[in-house]
Design a protein around this ligand. Sequence first.
Ligand code: 5GP
Length: 345
Amino acid sequence: MPNIINEIKLDFKDVLLRPKRSTIRSRNDVNLYKKITFRNSKKIYHGVPVMASNMDTVGTFNMARALSKNGLFTCIHKYYSVDEWKQFAKENPECLKNVAVSAGMSADDFKRLSDILEVVPDVSFICLDVANGYSQHFVEFVSTVRTTFPSHTIIAGNVVTGEMVEELILSGADIIKVGIGPGSVCTTRMKTGVGYPQLSAVIECADAAHGLEGHIISDGGCTCPGDVAKAFGAGADFVMAGGMFAGHDECDGEVIEKDGKKFKLFYGMSSSTAMEKHAGGVAEYRASEGKTVQVPYKGEVRNTVLDILGGLRSACTYTGSLKLIELPRRSTFVRCTQQLNNIYI
Ligand code: 5GP
């Protein structure tokens, strides 16, 4: 018989962070850098744990160069060649601590991953990304990558439930990517009916991961800096975004001019646009689960970064968190029926 979970699960838009008495004088006093020691790789990370997604428009070398200047992280998409990686590593050694090499589950991906890590030994993050992290095959793949790269930090996903977070951590992953269906250009929920409200997924998955000394990324669904603050407040160790970083100079693709306005193309990694570009068309056995949109051109990503970091500092100030790492302990969410006043939108 089908089960129904009657407890309400929430998205970012359903809650607000409650302010708390605080002794912080200015938001400039807030420290957004986090130091994290990973469970399996034993490596230590120090940075501002906001990430650009490994989507081919956003997870670019140009993005990594720009984000790294403010301590942010980029999961580089999997379509750069070994030679392109070699050149990037040679020219930007200071960025390497803030990037991950991405791979899917195919034999070709694994070969490429191994080749890249051989030529860029200073990159210590691997991002293993599949649409559905629930397959036994993926769990075995994570174990194989752990055995092959014992001291690399492995990011694996995507999942949305505690039991699968635990299984992937016990199979060798350090950081679990959490999110099925919340993405701005994702159509999984519409095509399949599958998903999980993102704020609740983050709260539950963070609890499962932290119990094992693992970590999580809240991946997808952030529409504004406030959502990034809520994701950290819910317990995410890192927050990943695609759409918020789209449309900038550092993104791949040309600026499109239409009726005097400028746009850039942004699309899901399983949209027909991405599949035509990288796989020669949509495979017949699967539905396209991503949208293609034209987002307004936003210029340099630096302005967006400062906007996100400013919002985060302010959220920390309102909740009395001198460091970003204190935010979850000081977060109380209030359920709301309306989070924004939209009268002038
Ligand atoms: P955003 O920050 O734009 O809301 O979400 C970005 C995330 O959406 C990505 O990091 C990735 O997990 C997910 N995503 C990217 N492309 C697709 C797609 O084509 N289909 C689905 N289901 N998810 C996608």
